[in-house]
Structures are given as C-alpha cells and as structure tokens.
Ligand binder design. Structure first.
Ligand code: COA
Length: 373
C-alpha cells in the first residue's frame, strides 16, 4: 500500500529531479544551473539567463547577440491571434488574455514534434510581451500597437509597447533584473503543473497554458498585484503600521509575505528592494517606498514573516508606471523559461506523474433501488 503523507500540499516531498535550480540550498538561497541568482541579477541580461536555463550554459557574446537577434525577429503576431485579442474585453484579467493567447498560438503554430521544443519556446519568449501589450493597448486605448519594435531586450520591448516610447536605461535594467529574479524556482505550483502536463507527452502550448492558470492565483504569482492593492491604500508609514496591525489581529493573510520553502528570507527580495529604492528616488516618491519598508518591519517584528519576491516588485513596477493588472503577466514573460526548461527535462526522462490519494469517503456499499434513495 502507498505511504500516506501527513503534511498537506506535498510539502517537503521530493517529486522528481531537476538540474535547473536549487531553492534554499546554496549561495544566497536560489541558484540557476549552479549560478547564484544574485550574481546573475548583477551581471547578466535576462536573455542570457533564459539561454542558460534553456540550453544549459551561459552564452558567449556572439551567441547572445544572435539569440537576441533571433528573438527580436519573432515578436510579430499572426493576424488571427490579433483578431482574437481584439475581441477580449478591457475588463478581462490579463492573465486570462495570456492564457487564451498562448492557447490560440498553439492552434496556429502548434508543436507537432518535440524536436521543435526549443523553437516553440523561443517564439513564446519573443511574442508573449506582444500578446499582452497588443490586447492592453487595443482594449484600453483603442490603439493597434506596433509589436515589431527594434528594442534590444524583451523588457524594453514590453515597456516601449506599453508606454509608446522607449524606456530609460534605468527602467530597462530593472526589467532585466526583475525577469531574471522570476525566471525559475524549482517545483513551485505552476512549474509542477507544467511538468504534470508534460508527463502525459502533451504539447508545449498545453503545458504553458496550464502553468499560466496555476500562476494566476493570489497564493502564487498573483501576490504582487494583491500587494500593490494593499500598499496603495496606505497614506503613510504610520497609517500602514496601524492597518497592518488590524489585519494581523483579524488573522488576514498579507500578500507578498512568507514562503513555502524559504524560512528566514527570500533572496530575491533584497535585490528587488534595492531597485525599488532607486526607482523611488528617481520618481521622487515619499510615500510608497517608506510604506513598503514599514510593512516589512511590522511583519518581521510581529510574525517573523519576511517579504517574498513579490512584495517590493509591486512598488518597483508601480514606479515604472506599469498598471497593476499587468504585474502577473510580466512574471509569465519570465517564468516561461523555467516552465519550458522543466518540460524539456521531464520529456528527456519521462514517466507519467500519477500519485495516489488517501481515500476519505464512504465504505463500499450497494446501489440502492431508486425507490429507496
Ligand atoms: N500573512 C499572514 N500570515 C501568514 C502569511 C502571510 N502572508 N504567510 C504565512 N502565514 C501564516 C500562516 O497562516 C500559518 O499560520 P498558522 O500556523 O497559524 O496557520 C503560518 O504563517 C505558517 O505558514 P506556512 O506554513 O509557512 O505557509 P505555507 O507554506 O502554507 O504557504 C505561502 C506559503 C507563500 C502560500 C503563504 O506564506 C502565503 O499565502 N503568502 C501570501 C501569498 C504570497 O505572497 N504568495 C507568493 C509566494 S512567492
């Protein structure tokens, strides 16, 4: 008989192998293919890290240049996909838009052979920002935005389409850092979703569509949006403290804090917090950043709970004038690399993932006659 687990949520169970990342094991706490995320965020562009995750090594200059040029050439969207995006209303959630966009892309440019997996992934990396911004700008501003920009990076391409102008150097750098921090995180809920789907030998678009659905929830990727909605309600650091104390007393969950694996800190927090501080200085903010710092202090003092990657991402994105509802889709633009890397890994050494359940229902019983029910 299968062993019955005592802990809910599969916590602490090893559910497979990966060579992609470690969480809470070495370095600052998060490594991608043996490199510390802190090191990568300091020295690399996001495209280098995507290459590392997907192909197993850091690119040299020539490899990086040609990888970026190839991605740049694939930003365009098929007309049929644009038409679908134009029919989605402005009040739809952008994660639903992305889920539909990914699925529609699978209908138009499906993966028919696993040998296409790298090319399919690169295409998604190149065009997911286009899908988000095409829908957003059409539904909100009535503009059919040009999705084939000549921007150097995925992050700059996104900001350019969103704001109608090229981003500053600071904003482009923050996008690199943010996308690097979100790129990969071992067997988190959305990645596990992608791996389960891959284990049935399904196609890449199905795996990624499923993963988008998992990331959407507020206990996972949706936390950055929920954190923003909370901090923008606070008028000052003192007000934030007062409100947070009330929330804690009412035992409310505070989004952007805590983690299923890390126990004392999330290594991504320190990095994005530093950039949020720089952005705050850049825009002359005197409220949102101090409010965020106070929230962090109160949560640590009262509950020993620390900010996860999502908390300071909220203010950082806000300072770059990114609408709150686009926060989680940016996470997708990045985590796509980790998801696809895991799909490839699962396919390379596959057995269908099919755990067992502990039965808690009725004992075996006969079906009663209709008149006796
Ligand atoms: N706010 C308030 N209390 C929290 C909390 C939070 N953000 N995170 C954890 N806790 C509490 C739990 O309710 C639990 O209390 P209890 O023992 O009285 O029930 C205790 O701290 C321990 O929780 P833990 O077992 O560490 O959490 P988990 O592993 O089940 O869940 C998260 C991890 C991330 C889902 C959880 O911390 C959470 O919901 N955070 C907010 C959502 C978020 O930011 N998600 C993004 C993750 S990167």
């Amino acid at each position: 008989m299968a062993k019955v687990l005592s802990g809910a949520g599969l916590r602490g169970q090893v559910a497979g192998k990966t060579a992609l990342s470690t969480v809470g094991v070495s370095g600052s706490g998060l490594t991608y293919r043996g490199y510390d995320v802190k090191d990568l965020a300091e020295h690399c562009q996001f495209e280098e890290v995507a290459y590392l995750i997907l192909k197993g090594k850091l690119p040299n200059q020539q490899e990086l240049d040609s990888y970026k040029a190839m991605l740049k050439s694939q930003r365009g969207l098929p007309q049929a996909l644009k038409e679908v995006l134009e029919r989605i209303p402005a009040d739809a959630h952008p994660m639903d838009v992305l889920r539909t966009g990914c699925s529609m892309l699978g209908n138009l440019e499906g993966e028919h052979d696993f040998e296409q997996q790298q090319a399919i992934t690169d295409r998604m990396l190149a065009c997911f920002p286009s899908i988000i911004c095409y829908w957003y700008r059409f539904s909100h501003d009535g503009v059919r935005v040009d999705v084939e920009t000549d921007d150097d990076s995925i992050g700059a391409h996104f900001l350019h389409m969103l704001h109608g102008e090229k981003p500053s150097e600071l904003h482009e750098r923050v996008m690199h850092v943010s996308l690097i921090l979100y790129a990969e995180h071992e067997f988190n809920a959305s990645t596990f979703t992608a791996r389960v789907c891959a284990s049935t030998l399904s196609d890449m678009h199905s795996c990624i569509t499923g993963a988008i659905g998992s990331l959407r929830g507020p206990l996972h990727g949706g936390a950055n949006e929920a954190a923003m909605e909370m901090i923008e309600r606070f008028e000052s650091a003192d007000h934030a403290e007062q409100e947070m104390m009330g929330m804690l007393e009412r035992k409310e969950k505070i989004m952007g804090f805590g983690h299923a694996i890390y126990s004392e800190s999330d290594p991504r927090n320190e990095i994005i917090k530093g950039w949020s501080e720089k952005l705050a200085a850049d825009v002359g903010d005197t409220v949102l950043y101090p409010v965020s710092v106070r929230c962090e202090a109160v949560m640590w003092r009262e509950k020993k709970l620390f900010c996860n990657a999502d908390f300071f991402h909220a203010s950082a994105y806000h300072f770059m004038k990114i609408p709150t509802k686009l926060f989680t889709p940016i996470f997708v633009m990045s985590r796509l690399t980790g998801w696809a890397g895991h799909v490839m890994e699962q396919r390379a050494d596959n057995r269908i993932i099919r755990p067992s359940a502990e039965y808690t229902g009725e004992e075996l019983r006969p079906v009663p006659a209709m008149s006796e029910r």
